[in-house]
Structure formats: structure tokens, C-alpha cells
Design a binder for this molecule. Structure first.
Ligand code: HEM
Length: 450
């Protein structure tokens, strides 16, 4: 085992499932990874009636495979999710289905091939170094905020030629507010209510979404129709080619918003949680530091991520315990059966990496950190669908390679030059909304290495 029998924190579990109504109040409404029962991590399927919706949570990897791959044509993005996120990301790649999704996926895939990622990899390391330039030996900093600022710069620099409007502290605040409200807005949708701004979080979220959308629309309009020589430029040209000028403009804004939002907060969480698991395991952190220092000495930014296998295993194990997207959903189009349970048209299927990744039938000591689970021989014994931090099937995260190389590069640069230790008196608590973050950030003490 690599590591020190470390059990990173998770919210307390109840013995039995709580009644549905409790999910609409208090901590359960605010935090999607809070209030799970011990039993959920033992059984292979959960079926619950949540007001007008029947919700299935498949916890057998064969059933997850059926939803995401072998019978994926029967499972679309849910109507309520589309309705809720339309004001922000419209009909972009993440929130479309069928032919519209297929055409858009083909257009953007070219920007995320391994070769394309290698080309931008040096930008990842440079952004990490710029961010660390203001750290002082022995100071304490919120590494969640540092990671978010870095990945935001990277997304703006790699996909939008560094447009300054996408790198402001205000934009960062607006993203945080939008995602926080995203967690609560689901509650109203499930109750069958329109997403009214019924509390402060949701009012702030709506304001933030409008501001972000306006900024992205300005960025796209300034480039339309001639584009430029980057992701946004190619996106605009290809959308005009496929859909004509009139439809291309709103689709370009939808996709600019999709990639801006999906493309950095998730990776920032991956970096943050990895720094957390390493700060809690000093010996492992030293081994990783040695590895990344040797890898950086070779001075080949494009291949760095492939030369840090221990850090890669630590990242994979961290994404198992703290999946940045703890849940994503589908809606059944026709009938089906999952683990012997009937699925009716319109039923919601919630895929929960948070539960699958800690399920007792799938993992030994599931709550314990052990990076050796991702050694090639151990991985070979796992079901392909028991570990899905990036989703799976044809709708697997299009930015997966980009974000893995990005996270490894940022971490390598920071861990080679700095040692991170827990901030005294701070307790880490995971909170799930659209993404999974440590509540109130991640303060860590930073010590400069020689
Ligand atoms: C650690 C980082 C990341 C995680 C954990 C993550 C996770 C996911 C997951 C779980 C899905 C599938 C959702 C579903 O099937 O409903 C997804 C889709 C997607 N991700 Fe990521 N993501 C990450 C980074 C990125 C980055 C860096 C980008 C872009 C630069 C990105 C863009 C997208 C897009 C556009 C989709 C929709 C793909 C489609 O429907 O065809 N993601 N991501």
C-alpha cells in the first residue's frame, strides 16, 4: 500500500435511509454528499419516488454501463436539467442530445486530442509558476482559491487567447455563486416549481449567471464571424459551417459558456483535493516531491504528465474519494430494466460517482486512501464502470485528457517547490453542489523547499 492508512473525512452516515422530505431541509438540502445511509454503499440499486419523479440510482457497474454505454440511446439529459441550465449554457455540448450534440462534439473534439493538449501543456506550468510567485515561506493560503485562479487563467489563455474579461476576480466570484445556486435550484425543480430566486443563494446565483453570460456573449460577439486562431475562433468557424450564421451565434455563446464553466472549476477541485490528501500524508508527499523534481529536471513540458506515475496514482485515488462531479443525471426515453428494477419512460437515472467510488461491494476498505488501487495490475481487476470521475461512454468528459495533464502539471510545479501542511485548527469538510469542494476553502501552510 502507498500511503499511511489515512481515512480522509466524509460526512457521517445514517444506519437507514432518511425519509425523502428531510432532503429538502437543512444540511441535506445544501450538501448533496451529506445524509447518505450506510446501506446505500452496500446495495446495488436505489429507487425512490421524489414527488412527481421516480429516481433510480444504479450502483452495480453493469447497470451503470447499460445507462452510459450499451443502451445509452435510451438515456438523454433530463428535461429539468436542460431547463435549469439553459439560461447559462443553453444548448451547448453538455446540455444537448441527438444530432445537435453529435455535430457539436465532432467540432470541439479536435481541440482536445492528445496532440492538441501537448501543444498547450507548457501554458499549464507557466500559469502554476505565476500563481505561486506571490507565496511566502511559512504563510498560510487558501489552496482552493489558488487552484481556481490558476485553472481560470489556463482556460482563458488556452481556449480564449487570454481574454482579460474572463480572468477577473469578479468572474471567479460569479462562477462560485452560480455553482452554489445550481445545487439548490434542483430542489425547486424536483418539487415541480419554477426556479424562482426564493432565497439569497439563488438570487445571487441568478445575478451571477446573468453577468457571466453577458461577458461571454461580448467575448463571442467581438470575434464573430471571423474568429481568430484559437479554440473560440475554430468553434465559431465550424459552427457557422455546420449551422449557418444565425444559429451559430447563440450556439457559440452556449459553448463558450459551457467550456468556460465546465473547464476550470472541476480541475481546480481535483488539484485542491490532491493537495489536501498529500498534506495529510507527509511521507507520501515527500515521495511525490522527489518524483516531480526529477521529472521537471528533464525540462520537457509536453511530456511531463506521462513521467509522474506516482503523482498520477495519487490523483486517481483522490478523484475516487473526492470526485469533482459527485453526481450526473439521465432521463429514460423508453422502458428498460436495471438490476432487475423496471425503468419507465421519464424516470430519472442519477449516476453517483460519490457512492460508486466508495461502494463496499466494489472496493476493499473503500473510505481509506490507497494509491496502489491504481497500479496497472490492480486496475486490471476493476470493472470499467466502477470508477467514473469523468463519466463514461460516448459522453465521457471531452476535456478529460486536458484536465489530467493540467492537474498533474500544476501539482508537479507546486509540489516540486513547496511543501504543504495542514493549517492548525482547520477541519476539512466536503460539500457537494454541482461540484464537490471543501467547505470554506482549503487553508494550507506553505513551506518553500531548497
Ligand atoms: C477533473 C476535471 C473534470 C472532471 C472531474 C469532469 C467531469 C465530467 C463528467 C463526469 C462529465 C460527464 C457528465 C455526463 O455524462 O452527464 C463531463 C462532461 C464534460 N466535460 Fe468535464 N470534467 C473535468 C474537466 C473538464 C475540462 C477541463 C473541460 C473542458 C476544457 C470539460 C468539459 C466537459 C464537457 C464539454 C462535457 C460534456 C461532454 C458531452 O456531453 O459530450 N471538463 N465532465
Amino acid at each position: 500500500m502507498t500511503g499511511s492508512a489515512f481515512i480522509p473525512p466524509h460526512p457521517p452516515r445514517t444506519a437507514e435511509a432518511a425519509p425523502i422530505w428531510r432532503g429538502f431541509f437543512g444540511e441535506r438540502a445544501r450538501n448533496s454528499v451529506y445524509g447518505w445511509s450506510e446501506k446505500a454503499f452496500e446495495i446495488d440499486h436505489i429507487r425512490r419516488q421524489v414527488f412527481r419523479f421516480t429516481v433510480h440510482i444504479p450502483l452495480d457497474p453493469d447497470a451503470v454501463q447499460r445507462v452510459l454505454q450499451s443502451n445509452a440511446a435510451n438515456y438523454a439529459k433530463p428535461d429539468i436539467v436542460k431547463k435549469l441550465i439553459a439560461p447559462m449554457i443553453g444548448r451547448g455540448l453538455l446540455s444537448s442530445d441527438g444530432e445537435l450534440w453529435r455535430k457539436q462534439r465532432r467540432i470541439v473534439a479536435a481541440s482536445f486530442t492528445p496532440g492538441a493538449v501537448e501543444t498547450v501543456a507548457p501554458i499549464f506550468g507557466a500559469a502554476a509558476d505565476v500563481q505561486a510567485a506571490h507565496w511566502v515561506d511559512g504563510d498560510t493560503g487558501d489552496m482552493a482559491a489558488e487552484a481556481t485562479a490558476t485553472t481560470m487563467t489556463i482556460i482563458a489563455d488556452t481556449l480564449f487567447s487570454g481574454d482579460a474579461r474572463l480572468k477577473t476576480p469578479e468572474a471567479m466570484r460569479n462562477i462560485a455563486a452560480s455553482l452554489k445556486a445550481g445545487g439548490e435550484v434542483r430542489v425547486t425543480a424536483i418539487l415541480g416549481l419554477p426556479p424562482l430566486p426564493w432565497n439569497k443563494t439563488m438570487r445571487e446565483g441568478q445575478r451571477a449567471q446573468k453577468a457571466l453570460r453577458r461577458t461571454l456573449a461580448d467575448v463571442v460577439r467581438d470575434r464573430f464571424p471571423d474568429g481568430g486562431d484559437d479554440f473560440l475562433g475554430a468553434l465559431i468557424r465550424d459552427l457557422i459551417d455546420q449551422f449557418g450564421r444565425e444559429e451559430a451565434l447563440p450556439l457559440a455563446v452556449d459553448n463558450a459558456a459551457t467550456f468556460y464553466l465546465a473547464g476550470h472549476e472541476t480541475t481546480a477541485n481535483a488539484v485542491t483535493w490532491t493537495l489536501y490528501t498529500l498534506s495529510a500524508q507527509p511521507d507520501l508527499q515527500e515521495q511525490v516531491a522527489e518524483e516531480v523534481r526529477a521529472a521537471l529536471a528533464e525540462d520537457d513540458a509536453a511530456t511531463l504528465a506521462d513521467r509522474v506515475p506516482l503523482l498520477r496514482r495519487v490523483l486517481d485515488e483522490t478523484l475516487r474519494l473526492y470526485p469533482p462531479v459527485p453526481r450526473f443525471d439521465r432521463q429514460a426515453i423508453g422502458e428498460d430494466e436495471l438490476s432487475g428494477t423496471r425503468v419507465e419512460p421519464g424516470d430519472i437515472i442519477s449516476i453517483w460517482p460519490w457512492v460508486l467510488h466508495r461502494h463496499k461491494a466494489l472496493w476493499d476498505d473503500p473510505d481509506m486512501f490507497d494509491a496502489d488501487r491504481f497500479l496497472p495490475e490492480a486496475k486490471a481487476e476493476q470493472h470499467r464502470f466502477q470508477y467514473i470521475p469523468f463519466g463514461a461512454g460516448s459522453r465521457i468528459c471531452v476535456g478529460m485528457r486536458f484536465s489530467i495533464v493540467e492537474a498533474l502539471t500544476i501539482l508537479a510545479h507546486w509540489l516540486a517547490a513547496w511543501r504543504f501542511a495542514p493549517a492548525p485548527g482547520h477541519t476539512v469538510r466536503p460539500v457537494g453542489t454541482v461540484t464537490l469542494k471543501p467547505e470554506n476553502g482549503l487553508p494550507l501552510v506553505r513551506h518553500r523547499r531548497d
